[in-house]
Write a protein that binds this ligand. Structure first.
Ligand code: ATP
Length: 604
């Protein structure tokens, strides 16, 4: 591992602490010396500036004493030039080092967050808005970058400028030095007051920004629904309302900033005026030389300037700190322990499954599944039927350990399910969603996604043929290299399904979960998908979440769920003859189908 990759792979959980400043320092791990270098460079630049004023004092006092020779004037001029050169070079060096630190820290933070978010649990993702995660991984990281590039380094610069110039004035005249910093406590107090106000205002602003991101992201993802229901006006109004709220919060934040400026400017202005007056009186009274006064007039600006900026930086730093907290809230989340589990068979599993009195609850006290009992042998198909919210998805989500059951026992090949590591289980289980997700990549990349091994062109084509999508892919301009989505072809729902089936075929899992994949397509596509599914289901234990009885008539076992319980189980033949929910649904669906057929034939 190279030094850079070591620093980039540093575990940022170590920055979790109650003290934000300590956390911010730890986030800089590996780059601290650069930050120190940047601060020292600033110190040197500040000292060079201060020495320039002391040289000015020397020049003026010796000039008025009329003993300056042309030779010493030359040296003094060279001194000014050299000091300007030192100041310029070290200011540049400092800016460079600070920028490098900030960019490196931000890069690591972004990579870490991306990696971390990939490993958070199913439950965390179900509860967290995507917009919120996007906001924290982009805008908040950027606020942190600014914090390191400008604010943190700025504080170092300001403290150094202040100390060096204070020391220089102290050398000129201690009384003048103390007189020059009378308002410091006041400026600090005002800054701290605004620090709190701006922190709160900024936090509220960022929260609203996340709401806006979520609204936008949801709207774009669900653009078909919006159009289908002609809800554009409603969505636009909703966005405008969210945006208006952001505007108000932004205005409040700016008001806080703009209130701070005049207050601190008045204080600093008074200080400068008082200092000039006191210095001038001392010069008139011959307590200090004219050169000293000139040097003081130059130096005092470099005390006031840091004082004024310290306030500004303290106020601005509050935004970095709020972003730090927001990012840390994600980093604090525990990753899903993918390799947790002591039983990991060398080869593939067989696929025998037994549920014994299984209970599950998302939140304590409200059971979503109760006393689930059934058994199936490897290669069988199990259909789940039931009203919406009855617990079908919850039940199948227990198999890949997206969630762990709270009671009872699930045996996979005779071994308790939670003894299998999640990673292993997920390699053995294939899921075809009702609305499969395809990435904006080529069709080939989508089909081979998650296979985890090198696959040949023949294998890809074989899977696509079995999924009845090969010919469709060839009809696209670039075949398997065609891009899916915005920059490529638009894939229909049925085509998406079949690409997802090809992807799952290549993965070759022992257990299959199918979320009724034929419910949203036309009859012709349904027939094609059904055939593709038959190929996919061969020799695999398959769970089918069904909405239509026709999709599950051939299942080896049908479970009818209601309010988290199995109320009927058996084959189609047995259930269709028993009174109960299954026969009721079957009768209704048959009646609808018959009437539809009648209508179609009457139109024809
Ligand atoms: N992540 C979650 N957190 C809390 N409750 C949840 C969560 N997911 C689902 N539920 C609740 O659990 C119950 C069962 O939901 P589930 O999605 O399993 O039903 P379903 O039968 O698959 O419904 P559908 O056919 O509509 O998809 C519902 O009351 C639902 O509100």
């Amino acid at each position: 591992m190279t030094a850079l990759s070591y620093y980039l792979n540093y575990d940022l959980k170590q920055a979790i602490t109650k003290h934000r400043l300590v956390g911010l320092w730890r986030l800089m791990h590996g780059f601290e010396w650069k930050y120190v270098g940047a601060t020292l460079s600033l110190g040197i630049a500040a000292t060079a500036k201060t020495v320039t004023y002391l040289l000015l004092r020397y020049f003026v006092d010796t000039f008025f004493a009329s003993d300056t020779t042309p030779f010493s004037v030359g040296w003094i001029a060279a001194g000014f030039l050299a000091l300007a050169l030192v100041e310029g070079s070290f200011t540049f060096l400092s800016g460079r080092l600070a920028a490098q630190t900030a960019e490196s820290v931000a890069r690591r933070l972004r990579n870490y967050l991306y990696d971390h978010i990939q490993h958070l649990s199913f439950a965390y993702h179900a509860e967290t808005d995507t917009g919120e995660l996007i906001q924290r991984s982009t805008s908040d990281v950027d606020a942190m970058r600014r914090f390191y590039a400008d604010q943190a380094i700025g504080v170092g610069r300001i403290v150094l400028l202040f100390l060096v110039n204070f020391a220089a004035i102290y050398l000129l005249n201690p009384r003048l030095a103390w007189l020059s910093i009378i308002v410091v406590p006041l400026v600090v107090a005002v800054s701290l007051f605004f620090f709190k106000k701006v922190s709160d205002a900024y936090e509220a602003y960022q929260e609203q920004d996340a709401v806006l991101s979520t609204t936008l992201q949801e709207n774009l993802t669900g653009v078909r629904v919006v159009k289908a229901f002609a809800r554009q006006e409603y969505e636009i109004k909703k966005f405008e309302a969210d945006n208006l709220e952001k505007f108000f919060r932004g205005k409040k934040l700016l008001t806080m900033h703009s209130l701070f400026w005049p207050v601190s400017d008045i204080l600093c202005g008074l200080q400068m005026l008082g200092g000039f007056y006191a210095g001038a009186m001392m010069a008139i009274n011959n307590e200090i030389s004219f050169g000293t006064y000139l040097a003081y007039a130059g130096l005092v600006v470099w005390i006031i300037f840091p004082m004024r900026n310290l306030g500004r930086l303290i106020v601005q730093m509050s935004t970095g700190m709020v972003s730090f907290n927001r990012i840390m809230e994600i980093i604090k989340q525990d990753r899903e322990p993918l390799d947790d589990g002591d039983y990991s068979p060398a080869g593939k599993i067989t696929g025998n499954i037994e549920f014994k009195d299984v209970c599950f609850e998302y939140e304590k006290g409200s059971e979503v599944l109760r006393g689930i009992n059934f058994e199936c042998r490897a290669g069988q198909s199990i259909a789940l039927l039931g009203s919406t919210g009855s617990g079908k998805s919850t039940l199948v989500n227990l198999l890949p350990r997206f969630y762990d059951y709270n009671g009872g026992s699930i045996l996979l090949d005779g071994v308790e399910l939670n003894r299998y590591p999640r990673r292993f289980l997920r390699q053995q289980i294939g899921i075809v969603e009702q609305e499969p997700f395809l990435f904006s990549r080529t069709i080939r990349e989508n089909i081979t996604y998650g296979v985890g091994r090198q696959v040949s062109e023949e294998e890809i084509e074989k899977a696509a043929r079995a999924a009845a999508i090969h010919d469709v892919i060839l009809s696209f301009p670039k075949g398997y290299d065609t891009l899916v989505g915005e920059k490529g072809v638009t894939v229909s729902g049925g085509q998406k399904q079949r690409i997802a089936i090809a992807r799952t075929l290549l993965k070759d899992p022992r257990i299959l979960i199918l979320d009724d994949s034929t419910s949203s397509v036309d009859t012709e596509t349904e027939a094609e998908i059904r055939e593709a599914l038959q190929n996919l289901m061969r020799n695999r234990t398959t769970f089918i979440i069904a909405h239509r009885i026709q999709s599950i008539m051939n299942a080896d076992l049908i479970l009818v769920l209601d309010k988290g319980q199995i109320i009927q189980k058996g084959t189609h033949e047995t259930l269709a003859t028993q009174p109960g929910m299954y026969r009721d649904i079957f009768d209704i669906q048959t009646r609808i189908d018959v009437e539809l057929e009648k209508e179609v034939s009457s139109v024809g």
